[in-house]
Design a protein around this ligand. Structure first.
Ligand code: HCA
Ligand code: CU
Length: 381
């Protein structure tokens, strides 16, 4: 996969996260950071949601960012008009196509009525000179024939991009591959995908969609969004690096990722998860003796991602009973002490002994090393 675009939705989907509240200043900061990072599009909350949402949308459009500014609206003329009036580059419209949504959210509309409404709104947005994307909501619980026929109809109506949304997070990678592949054969527009993470498949589904021919991926910082959120920006970068390294490095400033995540985490009062790809506190920590030895020789033995690509560093853990003498040797060097290999093996045995009794802190381990070294010197004089 050597070409894909990011539609960053922290300021839309992310606002639907349980503890999100972004004032204009915070929105501007997030939008600016994402723009610096290099995302292609920034998606904002529907201006019809509230007066402040509308004012904020208009203000962000005026910032002159490199990224294109989108907003996300229901598929109605009123919403579309308000969106275009704010000065956005494009409008992402969405409408429910599954039986569930047509019955419970759209008052029993049939597919003919839904299609007619979609085309009317698309034509209006185009007449205002904006890009337009049409997405079905809850795509994976919609009838396949219904879906393909509405996508075909909107693509004939001149929509630039169609969207597939796994609104409830039910899709498996194989289902994603099949649907996107089929859609790729039906329309020649760009294809955007939006995956919720209820079953932990959002990143895998996004990647699989790209393999099947999708062109645009929706993300949010740390994955924040409705319920447990969507495909995280950082995890997507981690997933793309092994297969599309040159492309990713040419487009995105990866060393800015951690600062963006820290900023958003603080804004919504959460911690970055310990096991977060790339930025989790232990993402580049190597512990077992066998791992540490190999990493010290050549990091790629146990690292598919390079911490330096993200402006981060690896950490070789040495303060435990799982340690080995290579890790201790490296620590001895860091402490500026001189010991022979035999001496290092001896002090490693002492560390393991202590590590069998209790968890070791770095300081504990350093003092075992230092006092061993001190005794050696004492012995010499
Ligand atoms: C929702 C809407 C949406 C829209 C996705 C999209 C979803 O909050 O239900 O327009 O790409 O998940 O279906 O976020
Ligand atoms: Cu969503």
């Amino acid at each position: 996969v050597n070409n894909f675009k990011i539609i960053e939705s922290t300021l839309r989907e992310g606002e639907q996260f349980a503890t999100s509240f972004f004032n204009l200043e915070t929105k501007i900061k997030i939008a600016t950071m994402l723009d610096d990072f290099g995302v292609d599009y920034i998606e904002l909350t529907n201006p019809a949601a509230s007066e402040q949402s509308r004012d904020d949308c208009a203000a962000i459009c005026k910032l002159g960012l490199k990224a294109k500014i989108l907003t996300h609206t229901r598929c109605t003329l009123e919403d579309a008009k308000l969106a275009c009036d704010c000065g956005v580059d494009g409008v992402d419209v969405v409408i429910g196509t599954s039986q569930f949504l047509r019955e419970h959210s759209l008052g029993g509309k049939d597919m003919v009525a839904v299609t007619k409404q979609a085309i009317e709104v698309i034509e209006y947005i185009k007449s205002r000179g904006c890009e337009v994307r049409f997405s079905s909501e809850d795509s994976f619980r919609s009838d396949l024939v219904d879906l393909l026929s509405i996508y075909r109809a909107v693509s004939n109506a001149g929509v630039g991009r169609v969207g597939v949304a796994d609104t409830v997070g039910c899709a498996s990678p194989r289902q994603v591959y099949d649907l996107v592949r089929t859609l790729r054969g039906c329309v020649s527009t760009d294809i955007e995908v939006h995956f919720h993470d209820d079953t932990g498949c959002a990143v895998a589904n996004s990647f699989t969609a790209l393999e099947a021919g999708a062109t645009h991926i929706d993300t949010s910082v740390l994955g924040i969004g409705e319920r447990n959120g969507i495909c995280p920006l950082g995890a997507l970068m981690a997933r793309m690096m092994p297969t599309s390294r040159d492309y990713v490095l040419s487009k995105y400033k990866l060393h800015k990722l951690k600062a963006i995540e820290d900023f958003v985490a603080e804004a919504v009062q959460i911690n970055v998860p310990f096991n977060n790809p790339i930025t989790g506190f232990c993402a580049f920590t190597h512990k077992a003796g066998i791992h540490a030895k190999a990493i010290l020789n050549s990091p790629s033995t146990y690292e598919i991602l390079k911490p330096e690509d993200f402006g981060l560093s690896r950490y070789v853990h040495f303060a435990s009973r799982l340690t080995g003498w290579n890790a201790i040797k490296s620590r001895v060097d860091q402490l500026g002490l001189k010991m022979t290999d035999d001496q290092i093996k001896e002090v490693t045995a002492k560390i393991k002994q202590m590590g069998d009794i209790r968890p070791l802190a770095v300081d504990d381990t350093d003092s075992i090393i230092r006092s061993f070294h001190f005794e050696l010197q004492d012995g010499q004089t």
